[in-house]
Write a protein that binds this ligand. Structure first.
Ligand code: H2B
Length: 94
């Protein structure tokens, strides 16, 4: 079981992820990406997929042509955990 982050922990950690939006009511973070075209968007998704498999932590996401919408939450924790924070940072670094 993965530990769910407390409100105080989130308050301390989220300033490191300014591009992400907290949906506090549903305990998840989201970010939208836009690319030049579908090829760029799908290339990005491939890189995220490799990160996700390596970390055994997978995004909920959707793609429409050049747009990729990513939602991070930890199903095993019933909310946000350090795994989401680490995945968001790794995605930002791509
Ligand atoms: N991804 C996310 N986002 N949350 C999880 O709880 C989770 C996961 N659990 N990827 C992993 C896979 C688990 O189901 C496997 C069995 O390790």
């Amino acid at each position: 079981m993965v530990k769910k982050l407390s409100q105080a922990e989130l308050t301390a950690l989220l300033p490191d992820l300014p591009a992400w939006t907290l949906d506090a009511a549903r305990d998840r973070i989201t970010r939208s990406f836009r690319f030049k075209d579908f090829s760029q968007a799908f290339g990005f998704m491939s890189r995220v997929a490799l990160l996700a498999e390596k970390a055994d932590h997978h995004p909920e996401w959707s793609n429409v042509w050049n747009r990729v919408d990513i939602l991070l939450t930890t199903h095993d924790a019933g909310g946000l955990s350090m795994r989401d924070i680490e995945m968001a940072k790794a995605i930002d670094a791509l």
